[in-house]
Design a protein around this ligand. Sequence first.
Ligand code: ADE
Ligand code: ZN
Length: 337
Amino acid sequence: MTNAVSKFIAAMPKAELHMHLEGSLEPATLMELAARNGVRLPYADAAELQRAYSFDDLKSFLDLYYLGLTVLQTSDDFYRMTYAYLERSARDNVRHAEVFLAPQAHLRRGLAMSLFIDPVLAAFADARDAFGITGGLIPVIQRQFDESDALAMVAGLAPWRDRILGLGLGGPEVGNPPSKFRQVFAKARNDYGWRITAHAGEEGGPDYVREAVEILAVDRIDHGVRCSEDPALMALIAERGLPLTVCPLSNVMLRVFPDMPAHNIRALYDAGLQVTINSDDPPYFGGYVNENYAAIQAAHGFSDDALRHMARNSFTAAFLSEDVRGQYVSELEAFAG
Ligand code: ADE
Ligand code: ZN
């Protein structure tokens, strides 16, 4: 299923805007952490774990993902996970990475907020010094829990509010619409000055995307691919220039589309939507961001110029200062492949 990454894709400067840190653990690392931290998993080794990476839907993935993240126990675990992703991404010519973390999953296991937030931010600072990669953290609400739980999580993040980019919404989508979290997103925006992004239109229909746009007033839509089922909504998203963080390999692995040729990325792109390409949970879905670009090029015949346009979108959609954004866009425009 994986397509070879061309030299053009590998060398192209890009941003990644949709990647869950807990979903970046490679199977070997996950098993090592389980052994070191005394966490019992129903897999003998990394190969057996990897064989379980076959999913029927979002829920079957999330069950394994929530189990896998329990191997993270110490600050050092969170630091190394973050640093490893940033090091790998810098090699893939990702210049800027905005990543998700699910605090509620860790708070519920009894970990203190500082145990995981501080090392993640420290890894960003160190990776920036070492590789020049910029980026930041977007805590993501687990939508299966009540809004009160999300409000408590956001209150607990107050000490870090100026070092956090925004607030996201993830987890099982159907039955947990964006409107469930109206207050917490209003607080994040008004009291903390955070940007807003939400998973919508992955498993849920276009009505979920519409709620994210109209009720949460999102700055970006994560996935959003099912907006194409409502042409008026698609026109609204295009008109507002709202970016979509599309994760093609994830969408095929979680059966949003039966295979890559059936993915609607071409229709979204041709409709003028601000499409960006991302990896979601790279080891679980068979590829990092470059493999995602390669997969859509192979299946949909996008030209290198079209991929460059999507990379440009990734910088336009990033929560970056205008001067740094300008530097990245200039670098991309000068990039000849
Ligand atoms: N958490 C990690 N990956 C996710 C996805 N694809 N959808 C919702 N929640 C997630
Ligand atoms: Zn996601």
